[in-house]
Design a protein around this ligand. Structure first.
Ligand code: GAR
Length: 213
């Protein structure tokens, strides 16, 4: 069984969507740990209420390499290993360093609130508004050594309305995030994602079945 480690920094609504999909048996995985870099992250209480183990590794004043080492140790202790774990970044507002990415190669997913490769980095919703884009959305992708550059698994588009503020737009994007993040985790858990170069290719269930014949 796939062991899930979810990394958060705040509200945790994407984490909640994933955990609830696991509880509904949509995702065949075991939620092993919710790890926050902020002790006051609201998502911690939600995870505990859902019966999921939580831990805090505070990042303040710590170098990236040191933080990553501690986070990897906490994950591994709960069974989220490079062999049978999946790390989901869900509103985790820190960049994961090269050692972490290398160790969990193709086993770290991230949700970004824009249609990558447009508007990477911070405040993606405000970036889209400032640019005057007519559509934006959200992207679930594998984490590689760059910032928001890894293979794309799923995307959803959201129309930008003339009266939108960063707040109203973020709320509509968030609804799509809650739909596609659990979907991407499910695809991973069902081994339906293959990486080919820069691309994440989703295998159809029918093709998988034929292969077994
Ligand atoms: C989400 O909108 C997510 O896309 C964004 O932070 C929010 C977290 O919300 N992530 C990033 O911007 C990552 N660069 P949540 O804590 O309620 O899931």
């Amino acid at each position: 069984m796939l062991n899930l480690g979810i990394l958060i920094s705040g509200r945790g609504s994407n984490m909640e969507a994933i955990l609830k999909a696991v509880r509904r048996k949509k995702i065949p995985a075991r939620p092993a740990l919710v790890l926050s870099n902020k002790p006051d992250a609201a998502g911690l209480a939600i995870a505990e209420k859902l019966g999921v183990r939580t831990a805090v590794v505070e990042s303040r004043g710590m170098s990236r390499a040191e933080y990553d080492r501690k986070a990897m140790a906490a994950l591994a202790e709960c069974g989220v290993t490079p062999r049978n774990g999946l790390v989901c970044l869900a509103g985790f507002m820190r960049i994961i360093g090269p050692q972490f990415v290398k160790r969990y190669k193709n086993r770290i997913l991230n949700m970004h609130p824009a249609l990558l490769p447009a508007f990477p980095g911070l405040d993606a919703q405000a970036q889209a508004l400032r640019y005057g884009a007519k559509y934006t959305g959200c992207t679930v992708h594998f984490v590689d050594a760059g910032v928001d550059t890894g293979p794309v698994i799923a995307q959803a588009a959201v129309k930008i309305m003339p009266e939108d503020t960063a707040d109203t737009l973020s709320r509509r994007i968030l609804r799509q995030e809650h739909r596609i993040y659990p979907m991407a985790v499910e695809l991973f858990a069902r081994k339906r994602i293959r990486i080919s170069g820069k691309k994440a290719i989703v295998k159809s269930p029918a093709r998988q079945k034929n292969k077994r014949l």
